[in-house]
Design a binder for this molecule. Structure first.
Ligand SMILES: C[S@@+](CC[C@H](N)C(=O)[O-])C[C@H]1O[C@@H](n2cnc3c(N)ncnc32)[C@H](O)[C@@H]1O
Length: 250
């Protein structure tokens, strides 16, 4: 991937200024606390696709048992931002589909809002599980595939006088390029939930927790229909535990 074609390379400053270090209420109030609480007690943690490291830094300040936090990230610009901000984690450049770690190296692996950007999710999931020790936890955080997929969103029909949440074609896997801010175009893959859960369980994990948190009220400030939007999850967290070293049948 060259620096010119990877949007995460080009938009590293935008990401840092818009989403990290307190800039984004959803991260501050929900994503960071939720992810770190689910990894309490894990000594060796990998933040797969760590961006500029704000979750990795949070995890490094974590519980007494924490020995090491490693952030892995393909974008050199994001990684440079992470290294510059220090705060405890070690950083490695690489992609989630080919992890440069031995089998069973970690007690916790977190992949936060990353898999939507991978073009080979099966390889990424297989690698995440491979580097996890038996008994370790794998946290997968995604934009909720049912409610936040392509074509989903709030519809404010002024002619019919109704507002509702439209769900797009959930079962169709597709890729969209979305302009999330002026001049910032990112690639998102939409996949149904089974596309993530079944490969991970086939790799010797069990699903131990599913969270669909209500969006933080402070984040929804200014929304045109607070009641409706607060009843629609934006985030989905899946927590798996590795129970076997070998793969199980599908
Ligand atoms: C939305 S940002 C999330 C960053 C970080 N996980 C967080 O929550 O702050 C997505 C990140 O995933 C990284 N990414 C994209 N494709 C990846 C892949 N195949 N393997 C690992 N990371 C990837 C991008 O470079 C980017 O830093």
């Amino acid at each position: 991937m060259s620096a010119t074609e990877d949007p995460w390379e080009r938009h590293a400053t935008w990401w840092r200024e818009t989403f990290t270090n307190g800039a984004d209420l959803e991260y501050e109030l929900q994503i960071l606390p939720l992810a770190s609480s689910q990894l309490e007690g894990a000594a060796r943690v990998l933040d797969l696709g760590c961006g500029e490291g704000h979750l990795a830094r949070r995890l490094a300040r974590g519980t007494r048992e924490r020995e090491i936090v490693v952030g892995l990230e393909p974008s050199a610009a994001q990684l440079a931002g992470a290294v510059e901000q220090a705060g405890g984690p070690r950083y490695v450049r690489g992609v989630g589909e080919r992890l440069p770690f031995r089998d069973g190296s970690f007690d916790g692996v977190v992949c936060c809002l990353v898999i939507e950007h991978s073009s080979d999710p099966d390889a990424l999931l297989a690698e995440a599980v491979r580097v996890l020790a038996v008994g370790g936890r794998f946290l997968l955080l995604v934009n909720h595939p049912l409610f936040q997929g392509t074509g989903s969103g709030l519809v404010d029909d002024q002619i019919m006088g109704e507002r509702y949440w439209r769900v797009g074609p959930y079962l169709s896997e597709d890729v969209v390029y979305e302009e999330v801010d002026p001049g910032v175009r990112l690639r998102f893959a939409h996949r149904p939930l089974s596309r993530y859960v079944n490969p991970v369980t086939a790799l010797g994990c069990v699903l131990t927790r599913l969270e669909e948190p209500e969006p933080p009220l402070a984040f929804l400030e200014g929304s045109i229909d607070l009641e409706l939007e607060s009843a629609i999850p934006r985030l989905l967290l899946l927590r798996f535990e590795r129970v076997r070293a070998e793969q199980m049948g599908q």
